[in-house]
Design a protein around this ligand. Structure first.
Ligand SMILES: [Zn+2]
Length: 234
């Protein structure tokens, strides 16, 4: 039996699972039954109270670490301390959008209208940048990560998730049949998967210029989230 999971967003302790992957995607990714199992948990196992899935719970844990808060995310965003952070959310961050937008310093950029390769903000504009399962869709993930770092102040952090197959290395899907996330009918070009991340995801983050990475897991390896820090004195 695995240890009980506590939802870092609302504090709930009941999680329910629904299968979310479909056969064509499983075939395109060439993943094993064990990999199907943990990716289904990552995307489809949800808090019974706030409905957040495991990847969102992991991402909220990363954010709370950066915010240096021991509260749930829901309690934190309504606290006075939340007003001290400028947060850029690129694309709807999993199930966290409705919570994050309660922060006074929250800025939202929809994807793909807001281009992760050309964020319309000055250097050092934010304390935190957050995105969830978006990096696999951009043309050049190292450049996009570097762009997220550029808009962070020294000492700031990028918190993100991306689908990862932990037992293999990352591969570009360039030259492979197009594969789409979202649902089985999704065919929009913006949602074509360009990179399948593997165990070397950390190298993309370091090559983008970040100096330090923390990994957060919920029900490892189902829910994984990263905090990547821009070091320096602000
Ligand atoms: Zn919850």
């Amino acid at each position: 039996m695995r240890p009980a999971t506590r939802c870092s967003i609302c504090g709930g302790t009941t999680f329910r699972r629904r299968e979310v992957l479909w056969q064509r995607l499983i075939d395109e990714w060439q993943i094993s039954p064990a990999e199907v199992d943990y990716i289904d948990r990552q995307q489809g196992e949800r808090c019974g109270d706030c409905r957040a899935n495991l990847r969102s719970v992991a991402l909220a844990s990363a954010l709370l670490s950066v915010f240096r808060s021991e509260d749930t995310l829901s309690a934190f965003v309504d606290s006075p301390a939340a007003a001290g952070f400028k947060v850029l959310e690129v694309n709807t961050a999993g199930n966290l959008h409705a919570t994050l937008e309660r922060m006074p310093g929250h800025v939202f950029g929809a994807y793909p209208e807001m281009d992760m390769h050309a964020l319309p903000f000055a250097d050092g504009s934010f304390d935190v940048v957050v995105h969830s399962d978006t990096l696999e869709h951009v043309a050049d993930p190292i450049h996009a990560l570097a762009e997220c770092r550029r808009v962070l102040r020294p000492g700031g952090a990028l918190c993100f998730t991306a689908p990862v197959i932990i037992g293999r290395m990352s591969r570009s899907r360039e030259g492979l049949a197009p594969s789409y996330h979202g649902n089985a009918e999704e065919k929009r070009g913006d949602w074509v998967v360009r990179t399948e991340f593997g165990a070397d995801l950390w190298a993309f983050v370091m090559e983008a210029g970040f100096e330090r990475i923390q990994l957060f897991s919920v029900g490892y390896p189902a829910g994984l989230a990263w905090a990547a820090y821009r070091e320096g004195v602000s």
